[in-house]
Design a protein around this ligand. Sequence first.
Ligand code: PMP
Length: 456
Amino acid sequence: MLTNDELAKWDRENFMHPSTNLGQFARGEGSQRIITGGDGVHITDRDGNRLLDGFAGLYCVNVGYGRTEIADAIARQAHELAYYHAYAGHGSEASITLAKMVMDRAPDHMARVYFGLGGSDANETNVKLIWYYNNIRGLPRKKKIISRWRGYHGSGLMTGSLTGLELFHKKFDLPLAQVIHTEAPYYFRRKDAELSEEDFSAHCAAELEKLIQREGADTIAAFIGEPVLGTGGIVPPPKGYWDAIQQVLTRHDILLVADEVVTGFGRLGSMFGSAHYGLKPDLITIAKGLTSAYAPLSGSIVGQRMWDVLMQGTDEYGVLGHGWTYSAHPIGAAAGIANLNLIDSLGLVENAGTVGAYLQKQMKNAIGDHANVGEVRGEGMLCAAELVKDRDSRSFFDPSEGIGGKVVAAMLRRGVIARAMPQGDIVGLAPPLCLTTAEADTIVGVTAESLREVCG
Ligand code: PMP
């Protein structure tokens, strides 16, 4: 067996890590952690640390680590049929069963699910289907996609464009011309301090409508958004936001894509964020919680009105020219079935609602009055504390101080993983949905101590 030092050296010398400062890592600076195991809400590393994973990996290990039911299902599938493609009507018992389970859980007006590998490729699929749809309808100019600043929709060329975070655009020649961004529904950071939540939602809808009118509704195909902004800061929508936005979209014949990569399969305490907030999307993006990340699998759930046109298109033009080798991979599908069964049998959607609410309440009690906490917010098993320099004026720390990162690092030293969300000093939490109240107490205690260590 390799020693820790050997493994660390191989890592620094060979592995180009995602979302990592490449030079620092190669020079042996910056963080490096080699994970060896997981059990429930905890992971262990090669240095012998046992850490409470308050971010469920990348908000994806929803059922927690070490679930033998899923591991066994994967092993059984690998022995029986590790792979066959899904082109030209091929399938496996696992992929067909999972499709049925997804559609049984999806909102009523959804018609079919197309399987991919990860959230990014599922959103690429969505954009292609949207363009195909408008071409079939004889609207070849209606192609632009509106996304929100601070939205996160992936790292590909199109999906990195949809993502509304500067880091994902800068030096990559993104966003692509077909993508435009509108205001983030970020009530805490609204410019006018006097605006009520409802008025702020109306303002976001009015901004959207202005953008549509400026560009021409005949050029706008779709609007994409996460029911709760995730990577952009864990920001639940202000009151009335989705109603107001949907009214604008309907007026201008614009499709709605609900990116439920984070919110799908229970994280908000509802099976889907769309049901939670009364959205009627034309497409729903799913990934992460579909398999709890035990194997890579994603999906695009297609609504009836798009499905009808897609069928018309292939009747006229033949086979849909869109497929991945690994679409509906049987091992991913087997993991998905076992995962969804566990979510049901353990009541994890309900647990996300109740323990998530407890986590948020206790967090507010513990740090809500701290001079440097502007807001504690969340929904279901998503919780964030936004740090500010001054509460009254809602002024922010200089980003170069990295206060959010320092609090998260202090939490890690105490054995709890949180995430410093990009663009702001925001401590993000998205634990596995099986979190207990005792584990929630640990997270809250560690957050409070770490905050005091960094901010006093
Ligand atoms: N959409 C959302 C809302 C996400 O949070 C993510 C990943 N964090 C993605 C899409 C992209 O998924 P992936 O990283 O699996 O490509």
